[in-house]
Design a protein around this ligand. Structure first.
Ligand SMILES: Cc1cc2nc3c(=O)[nH]c(=O)nc-3n(C[C@H](O)[C@H](O)[C@H](O)COP(=O)(O)OP(=O)(O)OC[C@H]3O[C@@H](n4cnc5c(N)ncnc54)[C@H](O)[C@@H]3O)c2cc1C
Length: 445
């Protein structure tokens, strides 16, 4: 893109940095409200830098903004099947959920390929009147006031690079450079961040549909916990696209370092597991990618607004990664929409002060973003604990093995199997009760 940037003062009402789901969503709503919006993206096009192949849940959120979006958006499959699998090196025990009710509009979710989907979504912001400038890295913020009191624009890595606006919304993803520059985000610890590596594997469409027992456009997602990441805290996932699978592992950075494991090797281990290998057999690797995931939720959330600036999406740690769920796209969109709603009110009042932008939090509440992160604030720590990440998935599969083994030594009752399995693995009843209680607090009540 060669669109010239201008250095005239306040040439835009708002600058959005990053054209992922958070940034495109924010730009779309502000442009629709008549604001002059500049959307800056460092990739060659929106989505070019984003890890492809993903499950986009909560399609009703986008349906409210773009009715029946699935009729024009590049979606892959409608998600009607979900599996959670507990893994040991040689066994797996899965809980499968499947419903036809997710197969009806507005649907519950879709698999998408991020490069195509993000490009389409940012295109909707452009259709609404936003100016998109790609291949442009934002390096810093511009400030007004002796103490850098108010953010008044951005510095881009271009010759005509300084651009001013009443408001900057940082949607620049995990490890947001801008939120750090603005003093809103602290440096993360390696406990708070995970590394996701993903491979997209091409498969003949009929083979894929037979293998996953899929009908028509329906699709499946599966999450895996336990031994697939060896002793590293993390998990795996497998999504079905039209004629490909997205398969990957997400591992806590500190745990990778502690156990000196390489994520790509863990992905190979995952693909070789006896219950996974038949699913990927014969597939042709199409692409590899890696990206960070902000996993600590509320504990790593930055200051969300200051004079002239707001932070949304992964940049604000709105990624709901709690074992049972890996949902970042929907929360990125919701927080982008919430930031836009606060920006529109600020624009109408001509007041971009921190007090005015505090409405962002109200909008995040109304859109159930902050309440979800508050309600599940202990979940990320819980699922990444040693016993939950490794020990219990192994116990569950060992218990199942005992339950289903027929060897002429007589059948044991379930409680006897459970007691023996706990004893064999040195898990005290007290620890089990504590973990059940912590699990209840994290997910149950
Ligand atoms: C392996 C993996 C699997 C995942 N699976 C899922 C899933 O199945 N479902 C789900 O909901 N979530 C998933 N997530 C999380 C999800 O990808 C993120 O939560 C989501 O992309 C966040 O959207 P965002 O718009 O905030 O940030 P991003 O999508 O990261 O977009 C940020 C944008 O900002 C641009 N940018 C960054 N810095 C600059 C700069 N300085 N100047 C200009 N542009 C800049 C980037 O190029 C990028 O386009 C997954 C994450 C990973 C790593």
């Amino acid at each position: 893109m060669t669109t010239a940037l201008t250095t005239r003062k306040k040439d835009y009402d708002a600058i959005v940095v990053g054209a992922g789901p958070a940034g495109a969503g924010a730009a779309l709503l502000m442009a629709r409200a008549g604001m002059r919006v500049l959307l800056l993206e460092r990739g060659e096009y929106p989505g070019a830098k984003n890890v492809s192949g993903a499950a986009f849940y909560g399609s009703s959120i986008l349906h409210e903004v773009i009715p029946n979006f699935w009729e024009e958006a590049p979606v892959e499959r409608i998600l009607t099947k979900r599996t959670l699998a507990f893994m040991s090196p040689e066994s797996s025990l899965s809980v499968d959920f499947q419903t036809k009710s997710f197969a009806a509009p507005p649907y519950n979710g879709f698999t998408i390929m991020r490069p195509r989907f993000d490009r389409w979504f940012a295109g909707k912001a452009v259709e609404a009147g936003a100016t998109l400038v790609s291949s442009t890295v934002v390096d810093d913020l511009l400030y007004d006031g002796a103490n850098r009191d108010r953010v008044v624009g951005v510095k881009t890595r271009r010759d005509d690079g300084d651009v001013t606006a009443d408001l900057v919304i940082a949607c620049d993803g995990v490890n947001s450079f801008l939120a750090k520059k603005a003093g809103m985000q602290k440096t993360f610890t390696s406990h708070e961040i995970s590394l996701g590596v993903k491979e997209v594997i091409g498969l003949d469409q009929t083979v894929l549909e037979d293998r996953f027992r899929l009908t028509g456009d329906e699709g499946a997602v599966a999450e895996y916990v336990g031994d697939i990441t060896a002793e590293v805290h993390g998990g795996g996932f497998l999504y079905t696209n039209k004629d490909s699978l997205a398969i990957g592992v997400i591992c806590q950075l500190s745990s990778l370092a502690e156990h000196k494991q390489r994520p790509y090797e863990l992905l190979e281990r995952f693909k070789a597991h006896p219950s996974v290998a038949p699913l990927v057999r014969g597939g042709k690797p199409r692409e590899y990618s890696a990206h960070l995931v902000p996993e600590a939720g509320l504990h790593m959330m930055p200051k969300l607004f200051r004079d002239g600036m707001m932070v949304a999406g992964d940049a604000a740690a709105f990624c709901f990664a709690t074992g049972l769920y890996i949902e970042g796209i929907n929360y990125a969109m919701q927080s982008g929409f919430a930031a836009a709603e606060a920006a529109i009110l600020a624009h109408q009042a001509k007041d971009f002060s921190s007090a005015s932008l505090a409405r962002y939090e109200d909008r995040l509440d109304a859109r159930h973003v902050l309440p979800d992160f508050k309600n599940f604030k202990s979940a990320p720590g819980y699922v990444n604990s040693e016993r939950m990440a490794n020990l219990y998935p192994a116990l569950i599969t060992r218990g199942a093995e005992q339950l289903f083994r027929v060897d002429g030594h007589g059948k044991k009752k379930i409680m006897a199997i459970a007691r023996q399995t706990l004893k064999d693995n040195d898990v005290s009843t007290l620890n089990l009760i504590k973990d059940l209680y912590a699990g209840g607090k994290a997910f149950g009540w």
